[in-house]
Design a protein around this ligand. Structure first.
Ligand SMILES: [Zn+2]
Length: 462
């Protein structure tokens, strides 16, 4: 995925992705050349629009956004058109084969919850949750600065804060399980393992530099699963009756009477209704979440559309039940995905679907080392995006699909890519979009209702 247009730019200018900030200039230039589009970034957007290819602003030009779309259609015409439809193998994206050949890395490290450790780390631009797979490309020197602990396979990713009112710095431990070396670059696949908070010393994050790398003092956060409170009050003789769904509510009333709190208090904190909502969501996506409650709560935090504030709340919560309740609240409303810069509606909740096995929101890495959190949707709203530049199959995250850059049709910010099957026109889905979550805002219908109410109040006051 060579030309994720903002990737080389972010990495060079904003220093937002520390894991790739020392990439060779030749690689960045190469990525830029392949992009062939000026990179778009909020702080220099106006200049960039001025420098933007004329065709975006000239409707009569044959090479405008629409013609790029036509070009894309012509491109995929080259494939065969006969035969039965073939479903895309959703296992393929999970292998991140665009990274090239890698070898297994053995070993596993586990840190004790509540204890403090000092680990090598680099920064990451967005939140990650345990259970996620993270593909990374980095300079060999940087890799060795991260992996010179005894195990050599675990390091931390510390999240950059999005808002000034975030008081604590959080992160996750990552376990490397595959590694490859090519042309001075290390390509790794790692699994996110445990959450941590960076310990403060004198009100500052406890970070030191040694052996050409940064180390953070971190406290590992615990994962707490609250049991069904009625099970604490039930005797063994009633247990088998309690497990019978028909008897459950009746028994709960009976058991609550013998405890300190009435039943409605327990109902308030019950995750039973949340579980129902989650099951309906999974049925809509036709995918399965992990069964382990801790991993399931993290999987949902990644795969249910949440805005940054809610996602951070889920991350900060040590209690799995509380996480599920926070996620359940967001499932009460339909949501839209907006362009973060201009609030243009790009896509909607109903169009989310899984291209990669078992997930709709997956991290992929471009050749410049920038990691894109990518949400797959069947389509975008009509005229919401423009397709620019020529389609390419190089470094494609979805083998068998070509990709083409999609920008917001109103402000020209990069918002994702369109993917289309090449060589095999019978491949299903034939086309889809990958939206870059860094460029999106999640707006639930509840948010928009509140916003409309506020606008009415504001206009009344005027
Ligand atoms: Zn926009």
């Amino acid at each position: 995925m060579e030309n994720q247009d903002d990737a080389p730019n972010q990495e060079e200018n904003s220093e937002s992705s520390a894991n790739n900030q020392n990439l060779p200039i030749s690689l960045v230039r190469r990525a830029r050349r392949l992009v062939s589009q000026p990179t778009l970034q909020e702080n220099n957007l106006d200049n960039e629009i001025n420098n933007y290819p004329q065709h975006l602003n000239d409707e009569n030009d044959d090479d405008d956004g629409e013609s790029s779309d036509r070009l894309f259609e012509e491109y995929i015409q080259e494939g065969s058109q006969s035969g039965q439809s073939q479903l895309f193998d959703s296992e393929l994206p999970t292998q991140h084969s665009y990274l090239g050949s890698t070898e297994n890395v053995r070993g596993f490290s586990y840190f004790e919850p509540y204890k403090t450790y000092e680990i090598p780390f680099c920064e990451h631009h967005s939140l990650l949750f345990p259970g996620e797979i993270l593909p990374m490309i980095m300079l060999a020197d940087r890799f060795f600065s991260l992996s010179n602990n005894e195990e050599g396979v675990v390091f931390g990713l510390v999240f950059q804060r999005e808002n000034e009112d975030e008081k604590q710095t959080y992160g996750v431990t990552c376990q490397i399980f595959e590694k490859g070396l090519e042309s001075g670059l290390v390509k790794i696949k790692c699994k996110v393992q445990q959450r941590f908070v960076v310990v403060k010393t004198n009100n500052e994050d406890s970070i030191t530099m040694r052996n050409h790398g940064y180390y953070a003092k971190v406290k590992i956060l615990p994962e707490i699963v609250l049991q069904d409170p009625y099970l604490l009050a039930i005797s063994n003789s009633y247990l088998k009756h309690y497990q019978n769904t028909n008897n459950k509510i009746h028994l709960q009333k009976f058991l609550a009477a013998s405890t300190r709190w009435p039943k409605f208090v327990y109902d308030e904190y019950s995750i039973a209704t949340v579980t129902d909502k989650i099951e309906r969501y999974l049925a809509m996506l036709n995918i399965e979440a992990p069964t382990d409650p801790i991993l399931k709560s993290f999987w949902l935090a990644r795969n249910v559309p949440l805005n940054h504030t809610d996602r951070l709340k889920v991350f900060q919560s040590n209690c799995v039940n509380k996480r599920l309740m926070l996620i359940g609240d967001s499932l009460n409303y339909m949501c839209y995905f907006l362009c973060k810069r201009c609030k243009n509606k790009i896509s909607i909740y109903n169009d989310i679907f899984a291209v990669s096995k078992g997930a709709v929101n997956v991290n992929y890495c471009n050749p410049a080392g920038y990691i894109h959190e990518t949400l797959t949707v069947m389509k975008t709203f009509e005229s919401a995006v423009k397709l620019v530049d020529k389609p390419s199959t190089e470094f494609s995250w979805f083998p068998g699909y070509a990709w083409q850059i999609a920008i917001c049709s109103k402000c020209y910010t990069h918002v994702g890519w369109k993917f289309a099957a090449v060589n095999n026109r019978n491949l299903k889905p034939r086309t889809f979009f990958g939206l870059s979550c860094k460029s999106l805002l999640v707006q639930s219908q509840q948010d928009s209702v509140n916003q409309n109410d506020q606008e009415v109040i504001d206009s009344d006051m005027e």
